[in-house]
Structures are given as structure tokens and as C-alpha cells.
Design a protein around this ligand. Structure first.
Ligand SMILES: Cc1ncc(COP(=O)(O)O)c(C=O)c1O
Length: 368
């Protein structure tokens, strides 16, 4: 549409077609990498009690100070290192909107499509440095020499990638990432790591942000913490870097409920207690993931890629259409990522409850 005083990149962008759906009862919804079970009833009760006692007519704290203090205590950070957002997607948008228009954003596809969306809407230039192919010795490894060379050719480079990767599930090692951040600092750039699945990987670079002003880490409460519906994301950076991003966040963008949930989650101390019961909750998901992986790997013509997240990327010889039909017959919804470059014949399967995962295995066994 012409005649609107809007950025050309926005006018030219395709509409966002969401894959969101409300699952009918009995459907195993394994296509958004959500937690397999809902939050602990005790956590719900604690939040609702505080929500009932709080004023709804007043604005919430624009600085989300209670959340920042609780997160800082749990993760041994300076509260000034944290910016709270309405989900990490909102923080990806905030970050893209804050970048200098002369920035070039370097991505390592295949990666989380919302990154590309946020960059495209801002009309920022991009460069692609794909990860290693699925059949490489180390599938989906970063091409570090190519990344360094690319960064060195750009005037204002920002590298943006998810770690563990979505949809690959691959975990990139800390040391080369810190070297990349140091290079980006020298070049006046930034390394942005989207660590939505860090809890499952048991690895995060949030602590390194205190020493590295060119490193920004995004975290979410939508996965291991099991509160995707509430919308809470965290941007963690060196306090000097975080202060600038905080300026880009408009007042009152994180509502009362989200702030209360995040506060209760982190004040409870052990994040693994948050969803389900027991401190082993994240470990249980990882154990279920590994059980699912070995069951699927035993099915002929199926290759399961190593995953450090709460989902599996699975390659089906000859294409996944038949497997998808069998999954549908068993009311299992997974993500078909076969159209993404380098992922032909691949499905991304969220780890569900043991019973849901068994349905996935049965569908594969019957399809092959
Ligand atoms: C890599 C990555 N980043 C961010 C998100 C979205 O997180 P949030 O729910 O906090 O917006 C997802 C969700 O699938 C994701 O996979």
C-alpha cells in the first residue's frame, strides 16, 4: 500500500503468518517448544494471591525493579544489567529497532525466523553465514573463519544467533563465541545470543556480559519456566550497554501479571522448581528428550540430530510427508521445517509428556 508515511521496508514486508493454534483436547501440541506441563500449582497460587492484593488501576513499575532485583540475585548479576521485556520476541524487536540504520546484521541460518522478521521490518542490511550442513562431520557447527572474515569486512557488524540453535538444537561452544564478541567489540559491533533454551543446555553466557560490553544475551521464561502465555523476556548485557537498550523500551510495556510471575519465579530461588514438581524438572525434560531420541533413532531411515534444547530435529529419508500423515492421525502436531534451506525432509519435534512422546514414536514406527 502506498501513501502511508511508513518505512519502505515495513510496507514491503509480507504479513506475518503465525503458526499459533489452540489445540483441541487430546492433541499433542509439540510445534512451539513449550514446556510439556503447566506450572506448579503452588506458584500459580502465590502469583494469584499477590495479583489479587495489588492495585489494577495503577501503572506497573516501568523499570520492573522487583523482577530485575530477583533475577540479579538468582543469576549473580548487577540489576542494571537486565532489561525486562514482554517476551523475548519483543526484546528482539526492541534490539533491532535500536540498531544504527547503517548496521549489517549477520545471521547463521537456519535459525529462529523471528530474528529475520525483526531485521527485515527495520530495513537493516543482512549477511548470511550458514552453519555447517546437516550431513557435515559436525552438523550445524558455526563457520567461525567465515564469520570472522564477514565481520571484518563490515563497517557496523552485529551477529545475531540463537544458542542452542532453533531449529537445529545445536549448542555452540562458549570460547569461540567470546572470541567473536571481542572481535565485534574492536569493530564497534555487537554479538547477540538468543538463549531461549539455555536451561536445557545447562550453558549460558549471561555471566560473561559483565566483562564484555559487546555481548547481549536474551533469555525467556517461555520454555523451561513454562510461562509462555504470560510473556516475559530478559535482555542481559553489561550495565552500560543495557542502559542504552533500556532507553529504547517505552514505559509500562511489561504488565503487572508478567512482573509478578517473574518475581515469584525468581524469588523462589530454584528455577527448576517452577514448572511441575521437583528440582529435577528440566533434567526430566532432557531425559525424556534423550529417550525419545534413542527410540526414534531406532526407526529405519530416521536420523535424529543431537539436541541441547527441549526439541529434536529429525531427518526422514525420502521426505517426512508419510510421517506427518501418521502424526496427524494420532493427533500429534509437530513443526515441518523441511522448507528451510538445508533442512529438507526435517521435522522439529518438541519434547512432550512421556505419553505424547510415545505417540510420536508409534507414528514414526508405523510410517516407516
Ligand atoms: C530462539 C528463540 N527465541 C525466542 C523465542 C520466543 O521467546 P518468547 O516467548 O520469550 O518471545 C523462541 C520461541 O520459540 C525461540 O525459539
Amino acid at each position: 500500500m502506498s501513501g502511508l508515511p511508513l518505512r519502505r521496508a515495513l510496507l514491503a514486508a509480507p504479513d506475518y503468518v503465525s503458526s499459533w493454534h489452540r489445540p483441541a483436547p487430546g492433541v499433542a501440541k509439540l510445534d512451539h517448544n513449550e514446556a510439556a506441563t503447566d506450572v506448579d500449582p503452588g506458584l500459580r497460587a502465590a502469583v494469584l494471591e499477590r495479583l489479587a492484593a495489588d492495585s489494577w488501576r495503577r501503572y506497573p513499575d516501568p523499570d520492573a525493579a522487583g523482577v530485575r532485583t530477583a533475577v540479579a540475585a538468582a543469576w549473580a548479576l548487577d540489576p542494571r544489567a537486565i532489561v525486562v521485556g514482554n517476551g523475548s520476541n519483543a526484546l528482539i524487536g526492541l534490539l533491532a529497532g535500536a540498531l544504527d540504520p547503517a548496521t549489517t546484521v549477520v545471521q547463521c541460518p537456519p535459525d529462529y525466523p523471528v530474528h529475520s522478521r525483526a531485521i527485515a521490518i527495520q530495513g537493516l542490511a543482512t549477511r548470511q553465514v550458514p552453519v555447517a550442513a546437516i550431513d557435515a562431520l559436525q552438523p550445524f557447527a558455526l563457520d567461525l573463519p567465515a564469520l570472522h572474515a564477514c565481520v571484518c569486512r563490515l563497517a557496523l557488524p552485529v551477529v545475531l544467533l540463537s544458542n542452542p540453535g532453533n531449529p537445529t538444537g545445536a549448542l555452540h561452544a562458549a570460547e569461540p563465541l567470546l572470541e567473536l564478541a571481542a572481535l565485534l567489540r574492536e569493530r564497534g559491533g555487537l554479538l547477540v545470543l538468543d538463549e531461549a533454551y539455555a536451561e536445557y543446555a545447562g550453558a549460558s553466557l549471561v555471566a560473561a556480559t559483565a566483562q564484555e560490553p559487546a555481548l547481549v544475551v536474551l533469555r525467556t521464561l517461555s520454555k523451561a519456566y513454562g510461562v509462555a502465555g504470560v510473556r516475559i523476556g530478559l535482555l542481559v548485557a553489561h550495565p552500560a550497554t543495557a542502559a542504552v537498550f533500556a532507553r529504547a523500551s517505552l514505559p509500562y510495556s511489561v504488565g503487572l501479571l508478567a512482573q509478578l510471575v517473574a518475581q515469584v519465579v525468581f524469588e523462589r530461588g530454584d528455577p527448576a522448581l517452577v514448572v511441575g514438581t521437583g528440582a529435577a524438572r528440566t533434567a526430566t525434560t532432557c531425559a525424556e528428550r534423550d529417550r525419545l531420541a534413542s527410540r526414534l533413532a531406532a526407526v529405519g531411515g530416521v536420523r535424529v540430530l543431537p539436541s541441547a534444547a527441549n526439541f529434536l530435529l529429525v531427518h526422514v529419508d525420502g521426505g517426512a510427508a508419510n510421517v506427518l500423515a501418521h502424526l496427524r492421525n494420532r493427533a500429534v502436531v509437530v513443526r515441518d521445517v523441511g522448507r528451510e534451506p538445508g533442512l529438507q525432509g526435517c521435522l522439529r519435534i518438541g519434547v512432550g509428556t512421556p505419553a505424547e512422546n510415545d505417540r510420536v514414536v508409534l507414528a514414526f514406527e508405523h510410517a516407516r
